[in-house]
Design a binder for this molecule. Structure first.
Ligand code: PXP
Length: 248
């Protein structure tokens, strides 16, 4: 029997609007303005990653975004005392805990919840007590799921990077099978999100997984917006996600 169809939300990540601004040290383009345009074009939430090295999003972006954004804001952040304090001060609706290394180009691999259990559980507890809904960004692996189940987080975001980077059809099928199986089991106790590396060309099979209710997508939408404009790039991604969802 098919799992009943749940709505699929699109969270638009505007980090790379800030990347363009930071490349020149200008005041434009403004990621907050981009967030407002993305919401008007159909984004269900806005994601920003405040990295330790502040390479794109800055503290003032988050401070301006949260009160102005008509859709919920999802703050991606490392599991550090400084970031937990920042989230408790700024109060985004959601926090997604991610691993972070200064030297990486982008987030590589999921959070090792099992390996950093005490710190993750403490962050989940402090943020949860403040009414902030926490997601853990993890690879689709049983060991991480078992640790996540003891962390107190209500949501999981499945890292889709390995699926997106898989080199041939067999590797893609293997990664997809792992994500599908993980989502089915994990949905028994978590709300399931997914993201990283998704594009209009590869989003379909992930959007078709019925347990996944939210996709967070940034780089590909901002890149497409160079050619289409941001409203059309957001609309195009929504169309691609939802057409597979409704054709089941
Ligand atoms: N979800 C998480 C947890 C991420 O760290 C990122 C990258 O910042 C994304 C989703 C979006 O990835 P992309 O920019 O490749 O769409």
């Amino acid at each position: 029997m098919n799992t009943p169809l749940r709505a699929l939300r699109l969270g638009v990540n505007v980090d790379h609007v800030a990347t363009l601004r930071q490349a020149r040290g200008t005041r434009y383009p403004d990621p907050v303005e981009a967030a407002l345009v993305a919401v008007a074009a159909g984004a269900d939430s806005i994601t920003v990653h405040l990295r330790e090295d502040r390479r794109h999003i800055q503290d003032h972006d988050v401070l301006r975004l949260i009160p102005r954004c008509p859709a919920p804001v999802n703050l991606e952040m490392a599991v550090t005392e400084a970031m937990v304090a920042f989230a408790l001060r700024t109060r985004p609706r959601y926090v997604c805990l991610v691993p972070e290394k200064r030297e990486e180009k982008t987030t590589e691999g999921g959070l090792d919840v099992a390996g950093h259990f005490a710190a993750v559980r403490s962050a989940c507890q402090q943020l949860g007590d403040a009414g902030i809904e926490v997601a853990l960004f993890i690879d689709p692996e049983a060991r991480q799921l078992e640790a996540a189940a003891r962390s107190g987080a209500p949501h999981l975001e499945i890292h889709t990077g390995r699926y997106c980077e898989a080199g041939d059809d067999a590797a893609v099928a293997g990664e997809l099978a792992q994500i599908r199986a993980f989502a089915e089991v994990a949905a028994e106790r978590f709300e399931i999100h997914a993201g990283h590396g998704l594009t209009v060309d590869n989003v379909g099979p992930i959007a078709a997984i019925p347990e996944i209710v939210e996709l967070n997508i940034g780089h590909a939408i901002v890149a497409r917006s160079v050619f289409l404009g941001l409203p059309a790039a957001v609309a195009e991604m929504r169309r691609k996600m939802l057409e597979v969802r409704h054709s089941r």
